[in-house]
Design a protein around this ligand. Structure first.
Ligand SMILES: [Zn+2]
Length: 231
């Protein structure tokens, strides 16, 4: 496996994270296999489209987020600042407020990663964007779940991170950015201030990660290259 793809976490890593890493490998492979070679990914910004889903459920439901569209704007703006360091520009094509689907849509327990895909309403899934689902309660802070051959990114409202110097000032934008890093082929890093450190508020990307993320993003058909003035 190339070094820019996720590696399996070591012993002591929670089972949910090990499953997540396996999922990441599969997804990166699918994305890269579906992509096309880019001539030179080092030029121009790359516009990464997001479709944001605010899943709703009854008052105490685990699937229902309490985030608002104003929260989404703030979260994506902060995540965008994190990814700007790699020349990636996050764009939101649409924010969809919708009921979660499936048998666990109204569950009041904490959702496991295996149940998340069933919550996704099929009609609103965008096959030409990273679909981001905010939900209230699940085991992980954030996770990628395969859906229709693409990574669906789940982020928990109540995500908690270990604060590190120069880290993100709130967890949700960092968790979203971290999962986007996995979706773009980045593996976990030991360095705690790195965006890809597990469970910290770190936001930095090293030169190799920036290069790898851009290279991988440039192979995804629906990630466009944009001139500086069009960002
Ligand atoms: Zn991770």
């Amino acid at each position: 496996m190339p070094s820019d793809q996720p590696t399996l976490p070591g012993p002591g890593t929670p089972a949910s994270q090990r499953r997540s890493a396996v999922t990441h490998c599969v997804i990166v492979f699918l994305l890269l296999a579906a992509g096309r070679a880019a001539a030179d990914p080092s030029e121009a910004a790359l516009a990464v489209p997001l479709r944001v889903h605010l899943l709703r459920s009854r008052a105490a439901g685990a699937a229902g987020t309490v985030l608002t569209t104003a929260d989404v704007e703030r979260v994506v703006e902060k995540a965008g600042r994190i990814w700007a360091q790699a020349g990636l520009s996050l764009t939101v094509d649409r924010v969809v407020e919708e009921r979660a689907t499936g048998p666990l849509a109204e569950s009041t327990g904490t959702l496991g990663s295996e149940s998340l895909s069933s919550l996704v309403p099929s009609a609103s899934f965008d096959p030409r964007a990273f679909n981001v689902y905010f939900i209230r309660r699940m085991q992980a802070n954030g996770i990628l779940v395969p859906h229709q051959g693409l990574p669906a990114i789940f982020v928990k409202d109540t995500a908690q991170l270990r604060q590190v110097p120069a880290g993100a000032d709130e967890p949700i934008p960092r968790v979203l950015s971290h999962e986007l890093g996995h979706a773009l082929g980045l593996a976990h890093q030991e360095e705690v201030q790195n965006l890809m450190a597990s469970g910290t508020s770190g936001t930095s990307l090293n030169a190799l990660e920036k290069q790898a993320a851009r290279k991988n993003a440039s192979t995804v058909p629906w990630i466009r290259r944009v001139a500086a003035g069009q960002r």
